[in-house]
Design a protein around this ligand. Structure first.
Ligand SMILES: C[S@@+](CC[C@H](N)C(=O)[O-])C[C@H]1O[C@@H](n2cnc3c(N)ncnc32)[C@H](O)[C@@H]1O
Length: 278
């Protein structure tokens, strides 16, 4: 890309490279803002050599399917923004519904309430809980060290206190909680390669792979959570659309669950497991 040097020329070049994207013009402008840091450039404005190089790399990465949050290393969730370093799961809009359900439960809990987010990733669910109940105590765990670091950093940037730990499931969790929430890996292993390129190539496999039927970690959470819930405490899980029956059955076979429901997402699909401990 020796030729184009002005904003207008660069945008024209990028639109061609991004022709297969649904909105090439919008994508090209977003790339120029990210590369230059300027929200508005006139078409005839010259762009420095350094910024042109950065722009080219961003446009080419987008053309290869790299998602925007991976390029910008940041994403919005509810009314806040988190950093998304490489190797950490990019939070999805559907998880905002889970955050709202869990926050509503946490707000109803008594003074001194405790909440736990298992598989916290960037920390979005734990941060939402801590913002919902500034007087509460929130724990967040993840098996990935990168995720633990990201969650600590995001909590600090947003001024909330969260106890963040590296833990395989509940292995390093102590005490009991009023609310336990998780968006665990739940994609069936043989479906992983059928996921869109943006998911398959950029989200860590450990964040997606739920074992042969996608239910491995989900079942484990339903089975182990009662030990870590106060009587009447609530477990909320995001799950795959085909997991409803199997999870329901797992909970029915146990004596510890007083009430179990499967809640739909905004599009009406069964998406969230809700269970109240006896
Ligand atoms: C789908 S991501 C969800 C991340 C975040 N909660 C969100 O909604 O954006 C699943 C997370 O679970 C973590 N994880 C996978 N297996 C785990 C395990 N055995 N114990 C704790 N965390 C685990 C992954 O590292 C990943 O961060």
């Amino acid at each position: 890309m020796r030729g184009p040097t002005t904003a207008g020329q660069l945008l024209a070049w990028a639109k061609e490279v991004l022709a297969r994207c649904p909105e090439p013009a919008r994508e090209a402008r977003r790339a120029l803002v990210l590369a230059t840091g300027h929200p508005h450039l006139f078409p005839e404005e010259k762009v420095s050599r350094f910024e042109r190089g950065r722009f080219r790399r961003i446009v080419e990465a987008r053309a290869r399917g790299v998602p925007w949050p991976a390029l910008e290393e940041t994403t919005a969730f509810l009314d806040f923004e988190v950093l998304v370093p490489p190797g950490v799961f990019i939070p999805r809009p559907e998880t905002e519904e889970l955050a709202e359900l869990a926050s509503a439960e946490f707000r109803r809990a008594p003074p001194g309430a405790r909440a736990l987010d298992i598989g916290t990733g960037t920390g979005v669910l734990a941060i939402a809980l801590a913002r919902a109940r500034p007087d509460g105590e929130v724990w967040a765990v993840d098996i990935s060290l990168r995720a633990v670091r990201a969650a600590c950093r995001n909590a600090r940037r947003l001024g909330v206190h969260i106890e963040v730990r590296r833990s395989d499931g509940f292995s390093r969790v102590f005490g009991t909680f009023h609310v336990i929430v998780a968006n665990p890996p739940y994609v069936a292993r043989n479906e992983l390669r059928r996921l869109p390129k943006e998911v398959r190539n950029f989200d860590p496999r450990r964040a997606l792979d739920g074992g042969p039927d996608g239910l491995g970690f989900l079942r484990r959470l339903v089975q182990e959570a009662p030990t870590f819930l106060v009587p009447g405490g609530v477990l909320l899980l995001e799950m795959g659309i085909r997991h409803e029956e199997a999870l329901w059955r797992t909970a029915q076979e146990m004596e510890e669950w007083r009430e179990v429901r499967v809640l739909p997402d905004l599009s009406g699909r069964p998406r969230f497991f809700w269970g109240r401990r006896c």
